[in-house]
Design a protein. Structure first.
Ligand SMILES: [Zn+2]
Length: 234
């Protein structure tokens, strides 16, 4: 058995653990990403504000219309009540009345347009609210799934960590130390490189057949001349 063989098994566990940790990080990031929920909520708020503004405007038009009606009513009473007798004064009131009626008619058009605008916005608010509810429910459902997945990954990692501990305990201390020191130079990449087609599989550096033989059965470690990784030939 080569000295590198148990280190290679350690390496496989570490690679699996690295992958698991990366997936846990990804899942955690997705669990906390509420951007879609926030965005739909902001859209709803924005529409509700616009609806409030346009409704206020409609109410202001309606108040103006009531004031104008009152004014028209007063002028009509003056005109038809017989209080005004001079033709010039009658003409003046008639002119005033026709101006007020024109204003009133223009206001009616504005009110109809404004009502349509308010109704459109009410529809938009209704849709945005439904959308926000759907997105929120989806997020809650996805969160539950992600929590389960995260738990599953953590359970797997715990098993691997135990296996790694057992393996490491049975290794000579010096060997383990060498492994850890090679690994710490390039975290997240394998510290043990397989020899493939006469070369280091991590950096491609050629390995002599004597070194390959030692990496296969030798009781001392062989290192890649280029990247410094521990070489292993199964
Ligand atoms: Zn190499």
């Amino acid at each position: 058995m080569s000295a590198a063989e148990p280190l290679y098994r350690l390496q496989q566990l570490d690679t699996e653990l690295d992958q698991l940790r990366r997936r846990v990080d990804q899942v955690s990031a997705r669990m906390t990403d509420r951007s879609e929920v926030e965005q739909t909520r902001q859209e709803l708020l924005h529409l509700e504000e616009r609806l409030k503004m346009e409704t206020d405007k409609l109410q202001a038009y309606e108040a103006q219309a009531r004031a104008l009606d009152e004014k028209i009513n007063t002028e009509e009473k003056r005109l038809y009540g017989g209080q005004i007798r001079l033709p010039k004064a009658i003409l003046e009131v008639e002119q005033e009345l026709s101006m007020l009626r024109r204003q009133r008619s223009a206001l009616d058009d504005a009110i109809i347009d404004q009502m349509a605008r308010v109704e459109r916005l009410q529809d938009e608010v209704k849709h945005a609210r439904t959308r926000a509810e759907v997105v929120e429910a989806h997020f809650a459902g996805e969160s539950a799934l992600l929590r389960e997945e995260r738990q599953r990954l953590l359970d797997q990692a715990r098993v691997l960590i135990e296996q790694r501990k057992t393996l490491a305990r049975n290794l000579p201390a010096a060997l383990l130390q060498t492994y850890e020191s090679v690994r710490s130079r390039r975290p997240d990449t394998p510290a043990v490189a397989l020899i493939k087609a006469g070369a280091c599989s991590q950096c491609g550096e050629a390995v002599s057949s004597a070194d390959a033989q030692r990496a296969h059965t030798g009781d001392r470690l062989v290192f890649c001349a280029n990247c410094g990784r521990i070489l292993y030939l199964p």
